[in-house]
Ligand binder design. Structure first.
Ligand code: G4P
Length: 529
């Protein structure tokens, strides 16, 4: 087992509210990895919305980015896997699944906007997994919030200790650079040269004459005061607290100007963990376990019309992956040979012969692989399932044309396996039409669009009246939950794994239920394990 290969891997994702600068930061990180061409590809994806595929036609039409890619690059001896996450909030379930496959996260904030809604939601998922979170406060070249207020906001809203690793000198037009609190070096920002900046200037401390002359007397006094306050009252730096997810190191910069990105990347590599052990209840599997194992966290069909196929993205968790290896598919117990293994970058594919824990491998052509499935050489390992979230939108989906029923059925079953949406059955319902649930309504559009373009199946969608769904405890005696005991408009149904659920029409109905049935705990998330 190549321990060195595990130790040098860093697998992470970037989370942010749309427009905070995730794409820009991704591009700049790739530039450091020497992947200039690839950085161009990210940009192309953003600007052209990858118009080469039918599937992406929908993205283009709606101006959204649904498709996630995995970017791999080398930097200073590290092998970095950066997992891209969909930008649109309707696909947040996809994002959550990607987050199960990373060991750390970079959270990008817009310096003028602070902690925004979507960042907060994504952050909560990371916090639940207790993964290390690095904060990048972006767009310091624009008028920004007061940095102390920003740090307060991170701590107050996100309930995580925040320790600025560097500190901005002004913002907007007055942004002069950042002060590295650990190295006591000043990194100067020059607005004119987009993408270029002056080499760091070493200073002995904040009282160095270089700092004084740069900031002027007033600016210098202000900075000295802020730094003093941080030293005295701020959260002290604590590498162990970063690793257990209780403290986020904060970096300031401007991704568009390529400023502060280097400091972020260096700090990230210094403090982010290598691939971590993973729970396969009752086992915890260490990455240096000598037998190969991994799990599938994402499935994407028809990413590219040149390859009309289905890619299952596998996160390697232990051992060494080698192409053509035979493994056990834990859910079915079947032996499978993993021959068609790929690394994907935008539209390009490259065969992967060997991969180590932390790496992501795209497996092509296995129609029975589902989200959360374990592939393993060690038959004792079955990783905990990936969490499912309660949908907030519901619709009936009906076959639109009797002569293409089989295509409709097969297509839908494939899309459900990809977890594009969730499906439920209502035992008491007169109709046998599938009820679908989604976190965001665009997911329904994707289902209809893909049924038509990929499977040639027409469908009719009818919005269902529920607004909320909650999982009931598995042992609930649902026969006791009759119309008489349930709030108006509430139905009992089963999810795809035959777990009982409640469908509710409103928050009010939910409150009524919890008041009437304090003994029945409800859950809005189904955690694996
Ligand atoms: P996202 O992926 O998080 O949605 O954000 P993205 O990187 O696409 O950035 C959103 C917008 O913010 C882009 O402008 C981008 O150029 C700009 N931006 C990113 N980082 C900075 C920064 O450090 N400073 C400033 N001033 N702007 C920044 P756009 O007009 O939407 O796109 P473009 O025309 O620049 O490509």
């Amino acid at each position: 087992m190549a321990l060195h290969e595990i130790q040098r891997r860093r697998t992470f994702a970037i989370i942010s509210h749309p427009d905070a600068g995730k794409t820009t930061l991704t591009e700049k990180l790739l530039l450091y990895g020497g992947a200039v061409q690839q950085a161009g590809a990210v940009k192309a994806r953003r600007s052209q919305r990858a118009s080469t595929s039918d599937w992406m036609e929908l993205e283009k039409k709606r101006g959204i980015s649904i498709n996630s890619t995995v970017l791999q690059f080398d930097y200073q001896g590290y092998r970095i896997n950066l997992l891209d996450t969909p930008g649109h909030e309707d696909f947040s379930e996809d994002t959550y699944r990607v987050l199960t496959a990373v060991d750390a996260v970079v959270m990008v904030l817009d310096a003028a906007k602070g902690v925004e809604d979507r960042t907060r939601k994504l952050f909560e998922v990371c916090k639940r997994r207790r993964i290390p979170i690095f904060t990048f406060v972006n767009k310091m070249d624009r008028p920004s919030m007061d940095p102390l207020a920003l740090v307060d906001e991170i701590e107050g809203i996100l309930k995580i200790a925040a320790c600025p690793v560097n500190w901005p000198l002004g913002s907007g037009d007055a942004f002069r650079g950042v002060y590295d609190r650990q190295g006591k070096r000043l990194h100067l920002f020059e607005r004119t040269a987009r993408g270029a900046h002056r080499a760091p200037v070493s200073v002995v401390g904040v009282d160095d004459p270089a700092v004084k002359s740069l900031l002027g007397a007033g600016g210098h006094a202000h900075l000295a005061e802020e730094l003093e306050m941080l030293d005295a009252a701020g959260e002290p730096f604590d590498a162990a607290a970063i690793l257990d997810g209780s403290l986020t190191p904060v970096f300031f910069g401007s991704a568009a100007n390529n400023f502060g990105v280097h400091l972020l990347l260096d700090g990230f590599l210094k403090y982010a963990p290598p691939p971590q052990p993973r729970s396969a209840h009752p086992l915890v599997v260490a990455p240096d376990h000598d037998q190969f194992s991994g799990f599938i966290f994402k499935i994407q069909a028809n990413m590219d019309p040149r390859h009309r196929d289905r890619v299952a993205f596998l996160r390697v968790c232990s051992g060494t992956f080698t192409r053509d290896m035979a493994v056990t598919h834990a859910r079915t117990g079947r032996r499978v040979r993993l021959s068609n293994s790929n690394k994907l970058f935008a539209q390009q594919r490259e065969t992967v012969d060997v991969a180590y824990p932390g790496d992501i491998v795209g497996l092509v052509g296995h129609s029975d692989f589902g989200i959360g499935d374990t592939l393993t050489e060690d038959a004792a390992i079955a990783y905990d399932d990936i969490p499912k979230f309660a949908p907030e939108h519901f619709a009936w989906l009906e076959n639109g044309n009797p002569s293409t029923f089989k295509r409709f059925r097969d297509g839908l079953s494939q899309l459900l396996q990809e977890r594009v949406v969730q499906a439920f059955t209502i035992p008491s319902a007169a109709r046998s039409v599938p009820l679908l649930g989604a976190v965001g309504p665009l997911q329904f559009e994707v289902v209809q669009y893909r049924l038509e373009t990929e499977y040639g199946a027409e469908s009719r969608m009818e919005i269902a009246p529920w607004k909320l769904m909650r999982w009931l405890p598995p042992a609930t005696d649902v026969s006791l939950l009759t119309r008489a005991t349930l709030p108006i408009g509430t139905s009992v149904a089963m999810d795809a794994d035959d777990r009982p659920i409640l469908l509710l029409a409103s928050d009010w109905a939910l409150r009524c239920f919890t008041t009437d049935h304090p003994d029945i705990p409800l859950s809005d998330t189904l955690l694996g394990g």
